[in-house]
Write a protein of this length. Structure first.
Length: 184
């Protein structure tokens, strides 16, 4: 009886313990560390015409620094929770790791590829649709498409329309549409 009680207590304790984190946590943390370094270095490269208080790079430096700190904490926590000891097979398949890698690749393609050749709205819609497809596969196609098209338009209306801030990317979708309407 006492042995059964001890086995039951050990099994209950093992079931209630948090599972070891897998390698996905390390991949995400390292990717975020690299991204934060990119933002910080980019912010430091911007000129400061009237001193550091008015430097346009302050926001990227602050965001990059805070992202670096949070990513470092995430990396340390993942390592303490056994992420380096866990094997790829301990996670539910390789899907978590693959989705994390695909997300970083998609972000890179969006930032370094699509925005270099397309207007923000088109590039962002493609990016959001792929991200929703990766991380919300059970979602209905029309909802994913509506969200992927609607969000960039709302962002453009808010930032370009209200705050008069230019959006990243090549060209201006609104001007392209106006040109197509007038050219006919």
């Amino acid at each position: 009886m006492a042995q059964q009680q001890a086995e039951g207590d050990a099994r209950l304790k093992a079931e209630s313990a948090p599972p070891a984190e897998g390698p996905t946590s390390v991949v995400v943390a390292v990717g975020l560390l690299a991204l934060s370094a990119y933002f910080t270095i980019g912010g430091l490269a911007l000129p400061d015409p009237d001193g550091w208080q008015t430097a346009p790079g302050m926001l990227p430096i602050l965001l990059g620094g805070s992202l670096f700190a949070m990513s470092a904490v995430l990396l340390v926590k993942a390592i303490r929770n056994g992420a380096l000891r866990a094997s790829l097979t301990e996670e539910s398949g390789d899907s978590h790791l693959m989705r994390a890698v695909l997300a970083f690749v998609t972000i890179g393609v969006f930032y370094f590829g699509l925005l270099a050749y397309l207007p923000f709205e088109v590039a962002a819609a493609l990016f959001l649709f792929v991200m929703l497809w990766l991380f919300w596969p059970e979602g209905k196609l029309w909802i994913r498409a509506t969200a992927a098209i609607g969000m960039p338009i709302l962002l453009t209306l808010a930032f370009a329309g209200i705050f008069e801030l230019p959006m990243p990317g090549q060209g201006n979708l609104v001007l392209w549409i106006q040109y197509l309407m007038v050219a006919r």
